[in-house]
Design a protein around this ligand. Structure first.
Ligand SMILES: Cc1cc2nc3c(=O)[nH]c(=O)nc-3n(C[C@H](O)[C@H](O)[C@H](O)COP(=O)(O)O)c2cc1C
Length: 190
Protein backbone atom coordinates (compact mmCIF):
# COMPACT_ATOMS: atom_id res chain seq x y z
CA UNK A 1 0.00 0.00 0.00
CA UNK A 2 1.17 3.47 -0.78
CA UNK A 3 1.46 6.40 1.59
CA UNK A 4 0.18 8.55 -1.28
CA UNK A 5 -3.27 7.04 -0.79
CA UNK A 6 -3.12 8.09 2.83
CA UNK A 7 -2.68 11.70 1.72
CA UNK A 8 -6.28 11.59 0.50
CA UNK A 9 -7.47 10.74 4.00
CA UNK A 10 -5.24 13.43 5.48
CA UNK A 11 -6.60 16.18 3.24
CA UNK A 12 -10.28 15.18 3.09
CA UNK A 13 -12.68 17.83 4.23
CA UNK A 14 -16.39 18.34 4.00
CA UNK A 15 -17.68 20.54 1.21
CA UNK A 16 -21.29 21.62 1.61
CA UNK A 17 -21.87 23.77 -1.45
CA UNK A 18 -21.67 21.60 -4.54
CA UNK A 19 -23.21 21.60 -8.01
CA UNK A 20 -23.32 19.43 -11.13
CA UNK A 21 -21.61 17.41 -12.33
CA UNK A 22 -22.16 14.81 -9.66
CA UNK A 23 -20.74 11.31 -9.85
CA UNK A 24 -21.55 9.37 -13.04
CA UNK A 25 -22.82 5.78 -12.77
CA UNK A 26 -19.32 4.27 -12.62
CA UNK A 27 -18.20 6.72 -9.94
CA UNK A 28 -21.38 6.19 -7.93
CA UNK A 29 -20.81 2.45 -8.17
CA UNK A 30 -17.31 2.96 -6.68
CA UNK A 31 -18.65 5.17 -3.89
CA UNK A 32 -21.33 2.64 -2.94
CA UNK A 33 -18.86 -0.26 -3.14
CA UNK A 34 -16.64 1.64 -0.70
CA UNK A 35 -19.62 1.76 1.70
CA UNK A 36 -19.84 -2.05 1.57
CA UNK A 37 -16.26 -2.29 2.89
CA UNK A 38 -17.08 -0.70 6.26
CA UNK A 39 -16.48 -2.68 9.46
CA UNK A 40 -19.73 -4.34 10.46
CA UNK A 41 -20.15 -6.48 13.59
CA UNK A 42 -22.07 -9.65 12.77
CA UNK A 43 -22.12 -8.81 9.04
CA UNK A 44 -25.61 -7.45 9.47
CA UNK A 45 -25.19 -4.93 6.62
CA UNK A 46 -27.41 -2.47 8.50
CA UNK A 47 -26.84 0.40 6.05
CA UNK A 48 -29.65 1.52 3.76
CA UNK A 49 -29.37 4.24 1.15
CA UNK A 50 -31.93 6.06 -0.97
CA UNK A 51 -30.58 7.96 -3.98
CA UNK A 52 -32.17 11.33 -4.66
CA UNK A 53 -30.96 12.47 -8.05
CA UNK A 54 -31.07 15.97 -9.49
CA UNK A 55 -34.03 15.24 -11.79
CA UNK A 56 -36.28 14.52 -8.78
CA UNK A 57 -34.62 16.97 -6.37
CA UNK A 58 -37.18 19.78 -6.67
CA UNK A 59 -40.09 17.39 -6.20
CA UNK A 60 -38.30 15.83 -3.21
CA UNK A 61 -37.55 19.22 -1.63
CA UNK A 62 -41.18 20.37 -1.97
CA UNK A 63 -42.43 17.13 -0.42
CA UNK A 64 -39.82 17.25 2.33
CA UNK A 65 -40.81 20.73 3.47
CA UNK A 66 -44.54 20.13 3.09
CA UNK A 67 -44.14 17.07 5.34
CA UNK A 68 -41.88 18.82 7.85
CA UNK A 69 -44.08 21.92 8.07
CA UNK A 70 -47.19 19.80 8.75
CA UNK A 71 -45.40 17.98 11.60
CA UNK A 72 -45.29 18.90 15.29
CA UNK A 73 -41.77 20.33 14.83
CA UNK A 74 -41.83 22.53 11.73
CA UNK A 75 -38.60 23.90 10.27
CA UNK A 76 -38.15 27.69 10.72
CA UNK A 77 -38.79 29.70 7.53
CA UNK A 78 -35.20 31.02 7.33
CA UNK A 79 -33.79 27.48 7.61
CA UNK A 80 -36.13 26.28 4.89
CA UNK A 81 -35.06 29.11 2.60
CA UNK A 82 -31.36 28.37 3.16
CA UNK A 83 -31.85 24.63 2.62
CA UNK A 84 -33.86 25.20 -0.56
CA UNK A 85 -31.07 27.45 -1.92
CA UNK A 86 -28.46 24.82 -1.04
CA UNK A 87 -30.36 21.86 -2.54
CA UNK A 88 -31.20 23.70 -5.76
CA UNK A 89 -27.60 23.08 -6.86
CA UNK A 90 -26.90 19.66 -5.29
CA UNK A 91 -26.73 16.99 -8.03
CA UNK A 92 -26.97 13.95 -5.73
CA UNK A 93 -28.31 13.48 -2.24
CA UNK A 94 -28.13 10.11 -0.51
CA UNK A 95 -30.59 9.51 2.33
CA UNK A 96 -28.91 7.38 5.03
CA UNK A 97 -30.54 4.92 7.39
CA UNK A 98 -29.71 2.10 9.76
CA UNK A 99 -31.92 -1.00 9.63
CA UNK A 100 -32.96 -1.79 13.19
CA UNK A 101 -33.78 -5.49 12.50
CA UNK A 102 -35.53 -6.42 15.74
CA UNK A 103 -34.81 -10.12 15.19
CA UNK A 104 -31.13 -9.48 16.00
CA UNK A 105 -30.43 -9.32 19.72
CA UNK A 106 -26.71 -10.15 19.81
CA UNK A 107 -25.33 -6.92 18.33
CA UNK A 108 -26.41 -3.73 20.17
CA UNK A 109 -28.09 -1.05 18.10
CA UNK A 110 -25.35 1.48 18.69
CA UNK A 111 -22.85 -0.89 17.03
CA UNK A 112 -25.06 -1.11 13.96
CA UNK A 113 -25.26 2.67 13.83
CA UNK A 114 -21.48 2.84 14.08
CA UNK A 115 -21.26 0.46 11.10
CA UNK A 116 -23.50 2.82 9.11
CA UNK A 117 -21.33 5.76 10.22
CA UNK A 118 -18.26 3.89 9.01
CA UNK A 119 -19.98 3.17 5.68
CA UNK A 120 -20.82 6.85 5.26
CA UNK A 121 -17.24 7.80 6.13
CA UNK A 122 -16.02 5.43 3.41
CA UNK A 123 -18.39 7.18 1.00
CA UNK A 124 -17.11 10.62 2.06
CA UNK A 125 -13.55 9.45 1.47
CA UNK A 126 -14.37 7.75 -1.84
CA UNK A 127 -16.16 10.87 -3.11
CA UNK A 128 -13.14 12.98 -2.11
CA UNK A 129 -10.72 10.60 -3.84
CA UNK A 130 -12.78 10.93 -7.03
CA UNK A 131 -12.47 14.71 -6.84
CA UNK A 132 -15.96 15.48 -5.52
CA UNK A 133 -17.07 17.48 -2.54
CA UNK A 134 -19.35 15.74 -0.04
CA UNK A 135 -21.19 16.76 3.10
CA UNK A 136 -23.13 14.80 5.76
CA UNK A 137 -26.10 16.69 7.16
CA UNK A 138 -28.64 15.81 9.80
CA UNK A 139 -30.55 18.97 9.01
CA UNK A 140 -33.48 18.67 6.59
CA UNK A 141 -35.91 17.04 9.01
CA UNK A 142 -33.75 14.06 9.97
CA UNK A 143 -35.43 13.88 13.37
CA UNK A 144 -38.99 14.27 12.11
CA UNK A 145 -40.73 10.87 11.99
CA UNK A 146 -43.03 11.87 9.13
CA UNK A 147 -40.00 12.85 7.00
CA UNK A 148 -38.39 9.46 7.71
CA UNK A 149 -41.62 7.73 6.67
CA UNK A 150 -41.86 9.82 3.51
CA UNK A 151 -38.42 8.50 2.56
CA UNK A 152 -39.50 4.91 3.17
CA UNK A 153 -37.66 4.60 6.48
CA UNK A 154 -40.37 3.99 9.06
CA UNK A 155 -38.86 4.83 12.48
CA UNK A 156 -40.10 1.52 13.85
CA UNK A 157 -37.70 -0.34 11.57
CA UNK A 158 -35.06 2.21 10.70
CA UNK A 159 -33.05 4.87 12.40
CA UNK A 160 -32.74 7.70 9.93
CA UNK A 161 -29.22 9.13 9.88
CA UNK A 162 -29.39 12.12 7.59
CA UNK A 163 -28.24 12.93 4.09
CA UNK A 164 -25.01 12.88 2.14
CA UNK A 165 -24.70 15.54 -0.56
CA UNK A 166 -22.15 14.86 -3.32
CA UNK A 167 -21.11 17.05 -6.25
CA UNK A 168 -18.51 19.39 -7.63
CA UNK A 169 -17.34 22.07 -5.16
CA UNK A 170 -18.72 25.50 -6.07
CA UNK A 171 -16.01 27.46 -4.25
CA UNK A 172 -12.29 26.89 -3.99
CA UNK A 173 -11.57 24.32 -1.26
CA UNK A 174 -8.91 25.79 1.01
CA UNK A 175 -6.74 23.56 3.20
CA UNK A 176 -8.04 23.17 6.74
CA UNK A 177 -6.04 23.12 9.94
CA UNK A 178 -6.70 19.95 11.87
CA UNK A 179 -6.14 19.49 15.61
CA UNK A 180 -2.94 18.00 16.94
CA UNK A 181 -3.81 14.41 17.80
CA UNK A 182 -1.63 14.60 20.90
CA UNK A 183 -4.45 16.48 22.59
CA UNK A 184 -6.56 13.34 22.37
CA UNK A 185 -4.04 10.59 22.94
CA UNK A 186 -2.35 9.35 26.07
CA UNK A 187 -0.06 6.46 26.85
CA UNK A 188 -1.63 3.77 28.95
CA UNK A 189 0.58 2.95 31.92
CA UNK A 190 -0.43 -0.05 34.03
C1 LIG B 1 -23.68 12.56 11.67
C2 LIG B 1 -23.27 13.95 11.24
C3 LIG B 1 -24.27 14.89 11.02
C4 LIG B 1 -23.94 16.20 10.67
N1 LIG B 1 -24.93 17.13 10.44
C5 LIG B 1 -24.61 18.40 10.16
C6 LIG B 1 -25.62 19.38 9.95
O1 LIG B 1 -26.81 19.10 9.98
N2 LIG B 1 -25.23 20.65 9.71
C7 LIG B 1 -23.90 21.01 9.66
O2 LIG B 1 -23.60 22.18 9.45
N3 LIG B 1 -22.92 20.10 9.82
C8 LIG B 1 -23.25 18.80 10.06
N4 LIG B 1 -22.26 17.87 10.23
C9 LIG B 1 -20.85 18.28 10.13
C10 LIG B 1 -20.34 18.34 8.70
O3 LIG B 1 -20.78 17.22 7.94
C11 LIG B 1 -18.80 18.35 8.67
O4 LIG B 1 -18.31 17.15 9.19
C12 LIG B 1 -18.27 19.51 9.48
O5 LIG B 1 -18.65 20.71 8.84
C13 LIG B 1 -16.75 19.45 9.63
O6 LIG B 1 -16.14 19.42 8.40
P1 LIG B 1 -14.97 18.39 8.12
O7 LIG B 1 -15.66 17.05 7.85
O8 LIG B 1 -14.21 18.93 6.97
O9 LIG B 1 -14.12 18.33 9.36
C14 LIG B 1 -22.57 16.55 10.53
C15 LIG B 1 -21.58 15.57 10.73
C16 LIG B 1 -21.92 14.29 11.07
C17 LIG B 1 -20.84 13.27 11.29
Amino acid sequence: MSENALQYLLNRQSVKFVRAPGPDERQLDLILRAAMCAPDHGRLRPWRFSLIRQEVMQEFVDKLFATAQASATPIPAQKEENARRWLQEVPLLIALACHRDHSVTKIPEHERMLAVGAAVTNMLNAAHMLGFGAFWSTGLGTYIDEVNEMLGFDPLDYRFMGFLAIGTPIDEVLPQTRPDYRQFVKEYRP
